[in-house]
Design a protein around this ligand. Structure first.
Ligand SMILES: Cc1cc2nc3c(=O)[nH]c(=O)nc-3n(C[C@H](O)[C@H](O)[C@H](O)COP(=O)(O)O)c2cc1C
Length: 886
């Protein structure tokens, strides 16, 4: 390993353009940020109308024009690693890059607006070839870390070279942390090779264990820290158990069965009108009429085959219908801008009457409304809500907590009237029609009353704010409610200054509205179609929505960077990233990618049977439990950088119990052995991709502004190597790595396994889903979906290690412009990862010899990405700061 090669300055030297000086960098065409690497946009459009978007050559080739001769009106566009800026004309046209001989030419798939042209994807100059290979610490010469776990002490004979100076990233790298020379390996905890029923002391995923070989140490040393960094014994929670953690369990609320005393209200006797209530508790005496019931049932029974005669019952006239739709559209949850004006009785009565006409299960009308005006009661309720607010705030990742601090979530003291809406799960008696199987229908019915109330209030000009920051039982006690009641809603009601056009949470950037097309399915779940549309394929729809970087925003980014109070290009690679964020979001400055979430997809692999790793397969499930319990490295890193950890079971062999934070999306309990047949069916591969797309949708709609890939799956580096071999055309021997730190013998076997699988399937890289199905993993497929989904939503996705790199290759083969959203978080020590990044033309932000997976490298890169976006917002310009330009 040549240390000189590891210096970013050299490693990222553009092949054509020299390092820009500050003066050069402000030139419109030639100037290059010193270390271009991100996906690049260019806009090879003749049509000005299309000029706002540009195709995305992942690593666009240098324009042929003389970069030192700017064309008037051209703008320098950031380019990928080793690439030159692409000149964008004022009209948004771009000098079309000319691929060098031998470079890949990838045709962009048709995108909706026809903007995408054939995209020339070239290999990044500076990250290619021997230079790059030399920068990558080989497993055997990686610095030997202290207390690194070894999965198989008996069979490991490889002793690492002492950490070579060359392997250490140089301190002049803006994004490269300095790795001190690590001491020689010490006694290390050693998981044994035999499958464990119990949790190993140091479980590590295949891709998650440092692979630096070690001198052999004692087989087990309980004093040594776990690979996660947790000292053994520091946390009494055993790994591999699902530990309940704070938060919402992913089950519907109010699923509790009817309480054991279901008949507080006596059931009506047969033949008697239900409840025989006094007339003043119903709206009309007619409501109690039941004599027509037989007749009505008879009508319903024959309704199906009945020939319609005469006109159908009329709907409302246009204006009336519009009024109904208008009140639904313009209903808002209000927390700000309440007035203290009293609510006249007749107004409140109309609102309550509307609530009371809601539909209800078995016509049980399970609601009650407790109208609270007393300031003292409201103060008590306010205190209860504030306590819960605090508890919730503490449970949030930092990125979210910051946002939440600014949110008002109740208006208990600001409103003249508060209304508690309850549900009586016993009302209507034991045989309430429709509640037998689904007891939750009682509170659902009360929720419908709330909606009626809300709409009627809106029509009256009254704002309503729903507060759900209550411990229900606490509230029941504080308000002296009967114990058998459930509290459905606590509503703050009053006149308001205005009704915002959009939900307040949307305005605050807390969440986004999900399009209707995401949630309407035709006949069966998954066949999404709006009425009148053909059901569409989620993958095809997602790919069609992926767009190149926006050339206009890119141009603005470049202009802005030139005016920022710093020498042009001084932020190096980070300037590329910020320009990419602008092009991706079509905004300059771009949204700061916070909050962020790492999606950790977990799956098992049939190829495990081939002995490619000493780690038992059940470690996948055990580590999933560890993630959910907050005890893994990814949790520590996520907590440090303020990101949410979202764990997705897309194919874990074991059945995982429902646990807060776990998304149960299992396609199958592990893939099949790729050496004997396809790992997955095509349908399974697509289904797993869809899991990733939906995860991206959910996380983005929930307000996340950056997605990070993470993965967990014992034996998944074998599948990663196979995928990378196919998409990079590299021999398995060059891309198969030591994963968890396997010895020479296992590495040879693993390489052979990859080779055999490729020989068996002869995967065709032009059929990416076929390749994925043959040799990939469920988590790879889901990551492909996450990338495509993120790109379609113009949300940056920070890639983690080798498995993410493999997934990115598949995603690129499906939709080349996906790279517009991709940021390489780090470079792992797996040789396949280097080959993947090289092929993708992505330059990693962090290079610390990590080999852990779980999203850890991506998490470390997150603050870098956020910092560069923030700089675009906050750094003064020469003009505004009165700083003299050079
Ligand atoms: C069941 C339920 C509970 C809610 N709880 C709260 C709450 O505790 N605090 C709050 O500020 N908003 C609460 N809301 C309001 C939602 O945030 C709001 O409905 C959503 O952001 C959409 O905005 P819109 O109602 O203005 O369309 C709740 C809404 C519902 C339906």
């Amino acid at each position: 390993m040549d240390g000189a090669d590891a210096t970013p300055a050299q490693a990222t030297e553009p092949a054509v353009a020299p390092h820009p000086t500050a003066a050069q960098a402000v030139q419109p065409t030639a100037p290059q940020p010193p270390q271009p690497a991100a996906p690049v946009a260019e806009a090879p459009h003749a049509d000005g109308a299309q000029a706002s978007e540009s195709t995305v050559p992942a690593a666009a080739e240098a324009p042929q024009a003389d970069p030192s001769q700017p064309t008037p009106g051209q703008t320098a566009v950031p380019v990928a690693a080793g690439q030159d800026a692409v000149a964008v004309t004022a009209a948004g046209q771009t000098a079309v890059p000319v691929p060098a001989a031998g470079q890949d030419a990838v045709a962009a798939p048709p995108v909706g607006d026809g903007v995408a042209e054939a995209v020339e994807v070239t290999e990044p100059v500076v990250l290619q070839g021997p230079q790059l290979a030399e920068r990558v610490p080989h497993a055997t010469d990686a610095p030997a870390a202290q207390a690194v776990p070894q999965p198989d002490t008996a069979s490991h004979a490889v002793v690492p070279d002492a950490p070579a100076a060359q392997a250490v990233p140089q301190p002049d790298a803006a994004s490269h942390a300095v790795v001190p020379n690590a001491p020689a390996a010490q006694a290390v905890p050693q998981p044994d090779t035999a499958p464990h029923a119990a949790v190993p002391d140091a479980p590590q995923p295949d891709a998650a264990v440092p692979d630096a070989p070690h001198p052999q140490g004692p087989a087990q040393n309980p004093e040594q820290p776990l690979p996660s960094g947790l000292p053994v014994g520091a946390d009494p929670r055993p790994l591999g158990e699902f530990v309940p953690v704070e938060g919402q369990v992913p089950t519907a609320p109010h699923l509790a069965p009817t309480p054991p005393h279901p008949l507080v209200v006596p059931a009506p006797r047969e033949g008697e009108p239900a409840g025989a209530p006094a007339p003043d508790v119903v709206q009309h005496a007619d409501d109690l009429r039941t004599t027509a019931a037989d007749q009505e049932e008879g009508t319903a029974a024959v309704a199906e085959g009945r020939q319609s005669t005469g006109p159908a019952a009329p709907g409302y006239a246009d204006a009336e219908r519009e009024a109904v739709l208008k009140v639904m559209r313009e209903r808002r949850d209000i927390r700000n801008g309440f007035r203290s004006d009293p609510i006249p009785h007749e107004v409140l009565l109309r609102v309550l009457e509307a609530a009371h006409t809601a539909p209800s299960v078995g016509h049980s009308q399970p609601w009650d409304f407790v109208v609270i005006r007393s300031a003292e009661t409201r103060r008590t309720m306010h205190e209860l809500a504030m306590r819960q607010r605090e508890a919730y705030a503490k449970s949030l990742p930092k990125g979210r907590a910051k946002q939440f601090k600014e949110l008002k979530i109740e208006a208990i003291l600001d409103t003249p009237v508060n209304i508690v809406v309850t549900a009586d799960p016993t009302r209507g008696g034991r045989h309430t029609l429709g509640r037998h199987t689904q007891p939750q229908m009682a509170p659902y019915s009360s929720a419908l009353a709330v909606e009626n109330l809300w709409l009627a209030a809106r029509a009256e000009g009254l704002g309503v704010g729903w507060v759900s920051f209550f411990d229900e039982r606490e509230m029941v006690r504080a308000l002296g409610l009967p114990e058998h009641l459930e509290v459905v809603a606590y509503l703050c009601v009053g006149y308001v200054d205005e009704f915002p056009d959009e939900p307040e949470l949307m305005q605050a950037g807390w969440s986004k509205r999900r399009p209707l097309s995401w949630v309407v399915h035709e006949e069966t779940y998954g066949r999404r179609a709006l009425p009148g549309e053909e059901p569409h394929d989620l993958l095809a729809e997602t790919v069609a929505q992926i767009r190149p970087l926006d050339a206009k925003a890119l141009g603005e980014a470049w202009e802005r960077q030139k005016r920022m109070t710093k020498p042009a290009g001084a932020l190096g690679m980070l300037e590329i990233i910020s320009a990419q964020l602008c092009g991706l979001s079509r905004q300059c400055p771009p949204p700061i990618p916070e909050p962020a979430a790492v999606a950790i997809f977990a799956g098992d692999h049939g190829v495990h049977a081939q002995g490619v790793t000493p780690w038992p397969q059940e470690v996948t499930a055990q580590m999933v439990a560890n993630f959910l319990g907050g005890g893994a490295v990814c949790n520590a890193f996520a907590s440090q950088v303020g990101a949410e950890v979202c764990v997705v079971d897309v194919g874990v062999a074991a059945d995982l119990p429902a646990t807060p934070g776990l998304l149960p999306r299992k396609i199958r309990g592990g893939t099949s052995d790729m050496t004997t047949g396809p790992a997955m069916t095509r349908e399974e591969a697509k289904a797993a991709i869809e899991v990733g797309i939906e995860t991206a949708r959910d996380l983005v709609a929930a307000g996340n502004k950056a997605l990070l890939t993470g993965e967990m799956g014992i034996a998944n580096t074998t599948a990663s190597a196979a995928l990378i071999s196919v998409f990079t055309g590299t021999d398995p021997a060059e891309v198969t790595g030591r994963g968890t730190g396997i010895n020479d013998e296992t590495l040879a076997r693993k390489t052979e396994v990859v080779r055999r699988a490729l020989e068996l399937h002869q995967p065709d890289p032009a059929d990416p889903i076929g390749v994925l199905a043959a040799i990939g993993g469920f988590e790879h497929a889901a990551m492909v979906g996450l990338l495509l989904g993120g790109a379609s939503l113009r949300t940056p996705v920070i890639l983690d290690g080798v498995s993410a790199g493999a997934a990115a290759l598949v995603a690129r083969a499906i939709a080349p412009e996906v790279l517009a959203a991709c940021i390489a978080g780090h470079r792992s020590a797996e040789p396949g990862h280097v080959a993947a990044l090289n092929k993708l033309g992505l330059r990693p932000l962090v290079d610390l010899d990590l080999r852990l997976g779980e999203g850890t490298g991506a998490l470390l890169a997150l603050p870098l990405v956020q910092s560069t976006a923030r700089a675009m917002h906050e750094v003064a310009t020469f003009d505004s700061a009165g700083v003299t330009e050079k």
